[in-house]
Ligand binder design. Structure first.
Ligand code: 5GP
Ligand code: ZN
Length: 116
């Protein structure tokens, strides 16, 4: 079988190394390779889905899990109290560069606004 070409599928399976900080419940979380804040973690489903635009009702539980794991990691990282931002980029105008659904968890410093 041909190798899975999706970068984040390969990180989820362990085929490509990353600083993984959580694995379980079909979710993997790892540190972003080019952090844009003191804490910058990506939370992904292990199963491939290209992005928010592909989410349907069958994904309700998984999407909830992504957000809950993000909140748990924020507590572990000590930023729950100071606050953090969760971001899902979808498509070209948002600058989505990896077509595998991922939630960015950013925090540990005052984050820039506006968002758009
Ligand atoms: P997007 O722009 O698609 O919302 O976010 C993709 C994120 O993945 C970027 O913040 C980028 O730095 C990160 N990224 C890209 N390639 C790798 C990689 O090989 N390893 C890790 N840990 N992060 C990556
Ligand atoms: Zn994938």
């Amino acid at each position: 079988m041909a190798a899975n070409p999706c970068l984040f599928c390969r990180i989820a399976s362990g085929e490509i190394p990353a600083t993984v900080i959580f694995r379980g419940e079909g979710v993997t979380a790892f540190r972003d390779i080019a952090p844009q804040a003191p804490t910058h973690v990506l939370i992904i489903p292990d199963q491939h889905i290209s992005g928010a635009a592909e989410v349907t009702g069958v994904h309700d539980e998984m999407v909830g899990r992504l957000v809950r794991v993000a909140a748990e990691i924020a507590r572990q990282e000590g930023i729950a109290e100071s606050g953090y931002r969760l971001i899902v980029n979808q498509g070209r105008d948002a600058g989505q560069s990896v077509p595998h659904l991922h939630v960015h968890l950013l925090g540990g410093a005052q984050l820039r606004v506006p968002l758009g």
